[in-house]
Design a protein around this ligand. Structure first.
Ligand SMILES: O=P(O)(O)OC[C@H]1O[C@H](O[C@H]2O[C@H](CO)[C@@H](O)[C@H](O)[C@H]2O)[C@H](O)[C@@H](O)[C@@H]1O
Length: 257
């Protein structure tokens, strides 16, 4: 992680609204995206944290809402949740779910075809996007990225770069919008947003949090391909994030080693 970014101070979350990314931030990265699940202590952490924050805890992920529900379990129903990099969200009775573009099926077919030529590669079909994963076969990266550019052009889709993946998704929405939308809600308006994230998709969330007087907390050792980050603070791993959040939830906040 960037050596220049300091760790968050213990009191950072006092009175704040907390935005949490999932993969690589709350939870460790894994080889199989479909197998990812929050364990019992992590689910309990989200419950305790939401209580300590008087409900000012939101999940903001590149996953679909269905995936988030599977990963987090019942606690997801109690939190404001934004999925698909900002394209869909749910908070109590308020939902936003655009119509799914049929061209995503063509993208999935093309990606599945490519995956057959690269053992170890995975295709993840989501509500508003399709991701091609090469974590277990990094040699496939160049071909996957070339195919993604062609498909994005021909189908007017957005390319979303991520860790060991390229994703094609419907345009519109980002994590910054998710922050601004929630920070305009009663109970959150006027508080300080703190956004925890690890990937390129989180940069919009970091920037929005900063613009509203808060902070981005960059997690892990993300390579930003030479670009800079809008985060102002950093933690080394999802384990450190959970420890930091647990200390706050318990009222014993300390910066983890
Ligand atoms: O915004 P996020 O919640 O961080 O979602 C970003 C992408 O996360 C997932 O991919 C990442 O995690 C996988 C499981 O640990 C890992 O195998 C992959 O290499 C990572 O890039 C998810 O599968 C994607 O759909 C999300 O867009």
């Amino acid at each position: 992680m960037p050596a220049t970014l300091p760790a968050p101070r213990p009191g950072l979350l006092d009175g704040a609204t907390v935005f949490l990314d999932i993969d690589g931030t709350l939870l460790e990265l894994a080889d199989d995206p479909e197998a990812v699940r929050a364990d019992g202590p992590t689910r309990a952490l989200l419950r305790d944290l939401a209580e300590r924050l008087d409900g000012r805890l939101a999940m903001v992920s590149g996953r679909s809402l269905e995936q988030i529900d599977r990963i987090l379990g019942p606690i997801a129903q109690a939190l404001p949740v934004t999925g698909s990099h900002g394209l869909e969200y749910r908070w109590n009775e308020v939902w936003a779910r655009p119509e799914r573009l049929a061209v995503l099926n063509d993208v999935a077919s093309a990606f599945h075809g490519l995956a057959q030529t690269w053992p170890g590669c995975l295709v993840e079909e989501k509500s508003y996007g399709v991701a091609f994963h090469w974590r277990l076969a990094p040699q496939a990266r160049q071909q996957a990225e070339t195919m993604a550019v062609q498909l994005a052009d021909s189908h007017a889709l957005k390319i979303q770069h991520g860790k060991d993946l390229v994703e094609l998704r419907m345009p519109g929405g980002d994590k910054g919008q998710a922050v601004r939308r929630l920070m305009a809600r009663k109970g959150m308006i006027g508080t300080r947003p703190v956004f925890f994230g690890d990937d390129l998709t989180d940069e919009a969330g970091f920037a929005a949090a900063r613009a509203l007087g808060g902070h981005g907390v960059l997690v892990g050792e993300r390579a930003l391909n030479g670009s800079s980050t809008a985060a102002t603070l950093a933690l080394p791993s999802p384990h450190a994030v959970r420890a930091f959040l647990r200390a706050f939830a318990d009222g014993t906040a300390q910066v983890p080693e």
